[in-house]
Design a protein. Sequence first.
Length: 252
Amino acid sequence: MQRTNSLEGSGVKLLEGKTALVTGAARRIGREIALELARAGANVAITYLRSKVEAEATVEDLRALGVRALAAQVDLTSPEEIRAVVTAVTAEFGGLDLLVNNAGFFESVVMEEITPSQWDHMFATNTRAPFLVAQAAHSSLKQAKGRIVNVGSLGGIHPWATHAHYCTSKAALHMLSQTMAKAWAPEISVNCVAPGMIVQGELDEAYQHFAEKTPMRRNGTAKDVTAAVLFFATAPHFITGQLLAVDGGLGL
């Protein structure tokens, strides 16, 4: 019998009545995370920067699953915009139970050519923004005894030579996750998912060489990541400070 990691069609609504905020969720993995949380019964707010059309489409798909949903445009490098959006989301839904810091930036640059502005932008998006969003959401999450799931990367565990600023920013996010877990316990659980080579559609063939190096003999999919996020969103609250690599063993 074929098994699935999704709760879709199972009738199980482990997040019924809960509210989740997922950053950078108009497209790609963020969108799939938002949809999976909605299938589990959560009302979902998403943020986007430029992908307004995609964000509106995602909200329609979320509402089609029978939950409340909204999309908010925000520049995650702006502390003021972050605070305003978190305030608006908690006011609209009456609180916040789950924060998924998914938004991130990725680029390849040889180390000797990385500029200070490239370095700073990478950290502002991948490390500083999750900190600021979590800080803004702290009081609501504390009141709800909620959860934070940060989306890191295998690159934050293993160095990639042409991604020094990316790898370092994600390694910092991993440590930030553990620090948050220790500082904000026992009310808030904080964990981190670290995807490896995740591909969608036509990209799979282009990255087949990674699949050949992966013990599970395939690249990861968005569903692999969403299953890990859903685990931390619904697992015992006692589980905190954990880093879960979703890489098929590529990092071994």
